[in-house]
Design a protein around this ligand. Structure first.
Ligand SMILES: Cc1cc2nc3c(=O)[nH]c(=O)nc-3n(C[C@H](O)[C@H](O)[C@H](O)COP(=O)(O)OP(=O)(O)OC[C@H]3O[C@@H](n4cnc5c(N)ncnc54)[C@H](O)[C@@H]3O)c2cc1C
Length: 453
């Protein structure tokens, strides 16, 4: 089966690796940029994503890239604690949460793809058009330095991010991602150790917020922190991951955010580089699959970073798609073997049988792809539609909004503002929606083909 993946970001590379693990070999990844430069800043991989990377045999190399936060603390804009919870192994998961540099993760996944599949990544290939053939094949056209080229596949997977060209071919009127009015400034800064060196903090409310988590181990009382500063009403809506801005004015916005052990303006002012990005997402789609083309990752469901789930859900898509495809092909092969055995016994004309077997094989493969794409979409699309709605309602950060609404000037006792049971339910509801409730994740079957533990 010839499989074409569009986009060599986190989702596209994870899809190539998942398909390889499910038994597929004829895979090509097409990437728009001329070089995979490993761009970005921090990204969190939640335990459900680490489970999938572990089952792909990538746990050690991903763990080597980052640090496992053990506690998440939510605070108001005065630094008062609203909620804190254990994360990863400390929360009873069988897999940790990992904070990594997005670019280093992309490079590690790229290396794994090259090791396992060979030279299958075509750089400088920007998808510009596509059409379906009568035989069910998909032809995709790329703009390259040498002009336009076309490739034909049995299955095409659009993993081309929030500005997906694959998606735009099906939804041409969709336009730019809608802007929430908030702007995010992301950076990495060397700072005094945050709490115990394994804690992630979120402070603020719906108007202004600061998030920080460690990306490196403490050394001499300091460590590399990834941060996201967020503010409503400034910036602009063009979603460009590479827009670099001056830290000075951003630090100024947070001038009085100096709490116990956390000097927000100093962390911002000290950043190596600050990338400005609007808080944008995509509306949920009614359909991801058309013919034998489907979508994964941000192309299917770009979401706000509340809850740190974008990269993790792209990995879940990759593994779920590969699971359905591998299982459907195995089933079709088993059926064909049985049918061929019976036909061979009945027939006397070998030529006619061979021809019929080839046609049957192509039909069986097409049917298997269709069944797999339907299974994938059923498993993932409704769940991602619900998660998109949840992140628009600020996801687990809702406790911060409630605290600001009910106690805008701060509080003495958080229990008087938001009872513990309410705070707990907000955190748990999000975990259930995103598929990482500890008991469900720990117990659910594996997505490795032929390994339904
Ligand atoms: C440069 C960059 C920096 C980022 N930095 C961060 C960060 O710091 N923190 C964070 O949480 N998230 C970051 N993200 C987003 C994050 O990677 C995604 O939200 C998440 O991992 C889902 O991954 P994805 O593979 O669906 O999309 P992406 O990781 O965005 O990958 C999409 C890939 O498709 C390629 N592509 C796009 N259009 C075409 C086309 N027409 N033809 C061929 N290829 C195409 C892109 O070049 C890119 O490599 C960044 C994304 C990018 C592109």
């Amino acid at each position: 089966m010839r499989i074409g993946i569009i986009g060599a970001g986190i989702g596209g590379l994870a899809t190539a690796l998942s398909l390889e693990a499910a038994g597929f070999r004829d895979i090509t990844v097409h990437e728009r940029t001329d070089e995979i430069r490993g761009l970005g800043v921090g990204l969190n991989l939640l335990p459900h994503a680490i489970r999938e990377l572990t089952e792909l045999g990538l746990r050690d190399r991903v763990e080597a890239l980052g640090i496992a936060p053990e506690t998440l603390v939510y605070m108001n804009r005065f630094g008062q604690h609203i909620w804190s919870e254990p994360r990863g192994l400390a929360a009873g998961y069988r897999w940790p949460q990992l904070s990594v540099h997005r670019g280093r993760l992309q490079l590690a996944l790229r290396d794994a793809v090259v090791e396992r599949l060979g030279d299958v990544i075509r750089l400088g290939h920007r998808l510009v058009a596509a059409e379906s053939g009568d035989d069910g094949s998909e032809t995709v056209h790329f703009a390259t330095a040498d002009g336009e080229i076309a490739e034909t596949y049995d299955l095409v997977i659009g993993a081309d991010g929030i500005h997906s060209a694959v998606r735009a071919l099906r939804y041409p009127a969709e336009g730019a991602p809608p802007w929430s009015g908030l702007t995010l400034w992301r950076g990495v800064s060397e700072a005094p150790v945050l709490v115990d060196g394994r804690t992630m903090i979120m402070a603020g409310d719906g108007e202004q917020k600061f998030v920080a988590y460690p990306l490196g181990v403490p050394e001499n009382g300091r460590q590399r922190l990834n941060f996201i500063a967020e503010r409503r009403g400034i910036g602009h809506p063009d979603a460009d991951w590479n827009r670099s801005v001056d830290p000075g004015p951003i630090a100024e916005l947070f001038a009085d955010w100096v709490f116990d052990g956390l000097d927000v303006p100093a962390i911002i002012a000290n950043a190596e580089e600050i990338l400005e990005y609007p808080m944008v997402d995509r509306d949920a789609l009614p359909q991801w699959t058309y013919g034998r083309t489907t979508l994964v990752g941000d192309a299917a469901h770009a979401m706000y970073p509340n809850g740190s789930n974008g990269g993790s859900q792209a990995i879940l898509d990759a593994r779920t798609l590969a699971f359905h495809l591998g299982t459907a092909v195995q089933r079709a092969t088993a059926q064909r073997t049985t049918t061929q055995g019976a036909t061979a016994q009945r027939t006397t004309t070998q030529g006619a049988t061979a021809q019929r077997t080839t046609t049957q094989g192509a039909t069986a493969q097409g049917d298997a792809i269709d069944a797999a794409l339907a299974g994938y979409e059923e498993a993932r699309r409704p769940a991602m539609t619900a998660l998109l709605a949840g992140t628009r309602a600020t996801g687990p950060e809702r406790v911060m909004l409630l605290a600001a609404e009910r106690a805008p000037q701060g509080f003495t006792r958080i229990d008087d503002v938001i009872p513990r049971a309410e705070r707990e339910e907000i955190a748990n509801a999000y975990k259930r929606a995103a598929g990482f409730d500890p008991s469900i994740l720990n117990e659910r079957s594996s997505l490795s083909v032929g390994d339904r533990a």
